[in-house]
Design a protein around this ligand. Structure first.
Ligand code: BES
Ligand code: ZN
Length: 644
């Protein structure tokens, strides 16, 4: 079926459904899904110049969205929302400005939302239909447009099924105040805002957020014009840059702010703020270093919000306001590279975005590459190399865990019909960064460093596919007499990664020697254990794969001073080692970790290791039963799948 036939069929389906719904007073017949996900809007040749002109003009399908922005595209969103902690619900109105490419209806993604009314800008009711839900994509909301309709307003409310929101009761937070935060990536924004939830769509937005008095609302946007009335406070935000919907973000809590520099600062609960400010002292240096590598920072501000420990990720690159787990507050700034990673997304991801989730490596592979370059600039080559070695180990372990030669082991993902979350593994990050590194090595650093800002500038505020990226690189190489890189092959490769370069670190090779020495009973003090960096400690714990005796574990515990370690990455490796070696005395500490921390990267492997070990599985299942409700649905969903 061609596009116009499909559109016609859908319109008929919708009209029939609306007629039936109208006659019977309720919505009965679902609209047939067109199966036609968003496509990138036709290319604006003038804007994109010569190179882009040659790239795909057919557009790329995003199979994780039911919206059809190729017909009617939302360009701007106005939110007017009230946050109720009592009801654990956000309620209000989303108003859409649109660009109509000749469609009769506006189709939005929703998931777990209650739709109350749909009107035009004058308040006239518009016919709408909420489709039968797809378990991953949710329910498409189709709104019939009149010729004269220039804006559509949807009155809606979130529900307990709004998976993109986590509501924390005071006892799950600081014991005194509740907390709310959103997580949009990959396809969860639709669970708190009806939206064309594809990374190929870009919108600007304004928001008015009403919260109970004493609470502060923050968004990844410019903001904070406040009006206080008894009992409530209104916050206003403006995101003037066109961003993909997965980057819309909101958090509400008893937050305080402390400035670090003119462009940077930290939001956190009062009990956490001083620590966070000390940890993130380097924010402005990070920003300056990133700009040297990538070009001007266009997002006006770079603030960091420290979330409660249940946050399922390490960090989330919400524009202007990175969301971060408190588990990076190590007390010695040893985990701030995570902030560098999120900052690097200001270019790779937020400025130039993967057009759909199959191209996720474009976001993360580039970002890991940039992260390591910035780490090198600020903390030296050795640190960057150690991170690369650790990352490569993670990659190999991840691939070893996947079916042989499965497409998930490569960069071109096939996520249709799956939750995109399932395919978002170390592969995109590490294998992706290796591909970018291959280009650097082929061209030489100097030439590549000229290319980096050029690339970001050329595709600013655009969403692109892997093929568009490859074409751009090839065209650039040819025009600048640079070596052709076999990107197409690299991107297609699956299975064992085979970089053309050596991944090694002198410091970590020394740790391998320390390991042998330790296993043969020699003291670690000969190897300078007191001065080991976080990466060296992490590596040491990780490579002790053989069975260890209680006494050996005690020595490790003492010499690495693990009781006092505040580095969550090191502690995680220690817990894994204790589980492997059945050191049951770690349980009280591990219990506390599992109860408070929700970061999936830690929680999932810990449960996985315990479920597979008969000494631990009963205890682990008890822990999980007690903690499940405390975890974000992203984390509990993953652990649930382990148990199935
Ligand atoms: N954008 C990701 C987080 C993400 C990925 C959320 C996929 C939802 C779906 C973020 O930039 C990220 O990669 N965070 C990492 C830390 C980073 C240092 C590798 C994390 O959360 O662990
Ligand atoms: Zn990332």
């Amino acid at each position: 079926m061609n596009t116009s036939m499909r559109r016609f069929a859908m319109t008929i389906g919708l009209l029939a459904a609306v007629a039936i719904a109208g006659a019977q007073g309720q919505n009965r017949k679902p609209v047939e899904s067109t199966g036609n996900g968003p496509r990138i809007a036709p290319i604006d040749r003038q804007q994109m110049g010569t190179i882009r002109k040659e790239s795909s003009t057919t557009g790329t399908m995003d199979t994780h969205s039911q919206a059809s922005p190729n017909e009617v595209a939302v360009t701007h969103l106005d939110l007017d929302l009230i946050v109720s902690f009592d009801k654990q619900r956000i309620k209000g109105t989303a108003t859409y400005s649109m660009r109509n490419h000749g469609g009769e209806m506006l189709v939005l993604d929703t998931r777990g939302l209650e739709i109350n009314a749909v009107t035009d800008e004058a308040g006239n009711a518009l016919q709408f239909k909420l489709q039968k839900p797809d378990s991953i994509k949710g329910s498409a909301l189709a709104v019939m447009l009149d010729k004269a309709t220039s804006k559509v307003a949807v009155r809606y409310s979130t529900t307990v099924n709004s998976a993109g929101l986590q509501w924390l009761a005071p006892e799950q937070n600081d014991g005194k105040t509740p907390f709310l935060y959103s997580q949009g990536q990959a396809i969860l924004t639709r669970s708190w805002i009806p939206i064309q939830d594809s990374p190929a769509v870009r919108i600007t937005y304004n928001a008015r957020i009403t919260v109970p008095a004493g609470m502060t609302a923050v968004m990844g946007a410019l903001g904070n014009v406040q009006q206080q009335t008894p009992g409530q406070t209104v916050f206003e935000f403006k995101q003037p840059h066109a961003i993909p919907p997965y980057l819309i973000s909101l958090a509400v809590g008893q937050l305080e702010f402390k400035k670090i520099s003119e462009r940077t600062g930290v939001y956190a609960l009062p009990g956490v703020l001083p620590e966070a400010v000390t940890e993130f002292q380097d924010l402005d240096n990070m920003l300056t270093a990133s700009e040297k590598l990538c070009g001007p920072y266009v997002w006006e501000r770079f603030d960091v919000l420290v979330l409660p420990a249940s946050f399922p990720f390490g960090g989330m690159e919400n524009p202007m306001l990175t969301f971060a787990t408190p588990t990076i507050l190590a007390g010695d700034r040893s985990l701030v590279s995570l902030i560098i990673h999120e900052l690097a997304h200001s270019w790779s991801g937020n400025l130039v975005t993967n057009a759909n989730w199959n191209d996720f490596w474009l976001n993360e592979g580039w970002t890991v590459y940039l992260e390591r370059r910035i780490v090198e600039m600020l903390y030296g080559k050795e640190t960057a190399e150690m991170m690369t070695v650790l990352g490569f180990q993670d990659l190999k372990a991840t691939i070893a865990d996947m079916p042989v030669q499965h497409s998930d082991t490569g960069l071109r993902l096939h996520l249709e019909g799956r939750d995109p979350d399932d395919g978002m593994t170390d592969v995109a990050y590490e294998r992706g960064s290796m591909v970018i590194k291959e280009i650097e090595l082929a061209w030489g650093r100097e030439a590549f460093d000229t290319f980096i800002p050029h690339y970001f500038k050329s595709f600013s505020f655009r969403s692109i596919t892997t093929d568009e990226f490859i074409l751009f690189v090839d065209t650039y190489a040819e025009a600048n007499h640079l070596k052709k890189v076999e990107l197409r092959e690299m991107v297609a490769a699956v299975g064992e990664p085979r970089p053309s370069f050596k991944i090694a670190s002198g410091s970590l090779m020394a740790i391998e020697k320390a390991r042998i020495a330790f296993l043969t009973g020699r003291p670690l003090t000969d190897y300078g254990v007191a001065k080991w960096s976080a990466q060296e400690r992490q590596y040491f714990l990780r490579i002790l794969t053989e069975a260890l005796k209680e006494e050996q574990l005690n020595i490790i515990n003492e010499t690495l001073k693990l009781k006092h370690s505040k580095n969550s990455e090191v502690n995680f490796e220690w817990y894994m080692l204790c589980i492997r070696n059945n050191r049951l005395s770690i349980r009280p500490e591990l219990e506390g970790f599992l109860r408070t921390v929700g970061r999936r990267k830690f929680i999932l492997p810990l449960y996985k290791e315990m479920f597979a070990n008969s000494e631990w599985s009963i205890w682990a299942k008890e822990q999980y039963a007690n903690n499940r409700a405390r975890y974000h649905s992203i984390t509990s969903g993953s652990v649930d799948r382990l148990l199935q």
